[in-house]
Design a protein around this ligand. Structure first.
Ligand SMILES: NC(=O)c1ccc[n+]([C@@H]2O[C@H](COP(=O)([O-])OP(=O)(O)OC[C@H]3O[C@@H](n4cnc5c(N)ncnc54)[C@H](OP(=O)(O)O)[C@@H]3O)[C@@H](O)[C@H]2O)c1
Length: 334
């Protein structure tokens, strides 16, 4: 006897329907999608809050996704409640279950929304080991900012730049999610944080956030710095190299304005600069970051909180480059 297939449950989601490199939001849809499939060793999290990253705009441009994967639920970051009622943060890096060590170095790794459905939905399926306890001191909205932008900033600062308290760090593009995270984390950790922004208003806000000084892009700095955190790319790369002292470290995790600046090799070798890449962070780094935020009273700066139904407004603000801090979508009871 044949049983009819179970009814396919639906959930509210924000997802990519097609790619458009010039008008990425043309492919964004908000509506019902099927519940995620739960693989062996995986579990489901009821999402309470999810935060927007530039990665979601890249996905709508077709970066990191193939046509046959569409429609794809977007979103890398979430905080919510697991099947046992625990408040959790979702680590977005999904790797090979047999991989041991730093998950960011797993050649088979992907982020949620690249191979598996993302977090802009009522529920998301993830490997059990990707759950990190949410500190009670953080709201769901704050915790949802940590897994991508904040984790990336944490690893850039404390692992890849490897700077000690008292060092000076320049962060390019003050207003971004990664940049506001780096300014907050660095100032809490005793680093002297300098930043640049195209907007005077954002420069003022960066100083209120904890930056020791904020400059127009390209400005000659009062002195050279120990490290630069770079996510802007072409527009700021030459300034980043010029800003470093001999033996300094440029950590690059993004290239919003373009990925092919002049390499300036003579400057790199003559000043013995270190140019290092950085991507996301490990599950353990996410757990340490969450604890640091709770104990050092470092809270993600949220530009705006919107219900998931209004996700398009958040995408539009990010695409216009208006943000200072993170956009958070609330879901269900969140
Ligand atoms: N490797 C990783 O694991 C990883 C993780 C997170 C993010 N990323 C990448 O890092 C980048 C930033 O991500 P995000 O989420 O922080 O994005 P975001 O919130 O959209 O930040 C963008 C910031 O970059 C600056 N910017 C953009 N275009 C610029 C231009 N043409 N000239 C100068 N500054 C410009 C702006 O700063 P001002 O307006 O203040 O000047 C803006 O606030 C993205 O490309 C993202 O894909 C990579």
């Amino acid at each position: 006897m044949k049983f009819p297939p179970p009814p396919q449950l639906k959930m509210l989601s924000a997802y990519a329907t097609r790619f458009d490199s010039d008008d990425p939001l043309a492919g964004l849809a908000v509506g019902d999608r099927p519940e995620p499939e739960v693989e062996p060793g995986w579990t489901t999290v009821s999402v309470r809050a999810a935060s927007l990253n530039h990665h979601d705009i890249w996905s709508l441009r077709g970066v990191g996704l193939r046509e046959e994967q569409l429609p794809m639920i977007l979103g890398c970051d979430a905080a919510g409640v697991d099947e046992d009622g625990n408040e959790v943060i979702v680590h977005s890096v999904v790797g090979d279950p047999d991989w041991r060590g730093d998950e960011t170095l797993d050649p088979k790794r992907s982020l949620l929304s690249e191979r598996f459905p993302g977090t802009f939905a009522e529920r998301v399926a993830v490997p059990r080991r990707n759950l990190v306890p949410k500190p009670g001191a953080l709201t769901f909205e704050e915790a949802a900012c940590l897994p991508t932008a904040w984790l990336t900033a944490y690893r850039m600062l404390f692992k890849r730049a490897n700077v000690a308290p008292g060092a000076t760090v320049l962060v390019q593009g003050a207003g971004g999610g990664v940049a506001t995270a780096a300014i907050t984390l660095g100032s809490r950790a005793g680093l002297r944080m300098w930043t640049t922004s195209r907007s005077e208003g954002k420069r003022e806000r960066a100083v209120q956030l904890g930056a020791d000084a904020a400059f127009e892009p390209g400005t000659r700095l009062p002195e050279r710095v120990d490290a630069v955190l770079e996510t802007v790319g072409e527009a700021t790369w030459a300034h980043s190299l010029r800003a470093l002292k001999q033996g300094g470290t440029l950590v690059v995790a993004g290239a919003t304005s373009g990925a092919a600046p002049s390499a300036e090799l003579r400057r790199v070798f003559f000043l013995q600069l270190n140019v290092v890449g950085s991507t996301m962070g490990t599950r353990d780094e996410l757990e340490r970051l969450a604890r640091f935020c709770a104990e050092a009273d470092a809270r993600p700066l949220v530009h705006a909180t919107l219900p998931l139904e209004r996700a398009r407004e958040g995408f539009e603000a990010m695409a216009r480059g208006e943000l200072f801090g993170k956009i958070v979508f609330t879901v269900g009871a969140g």
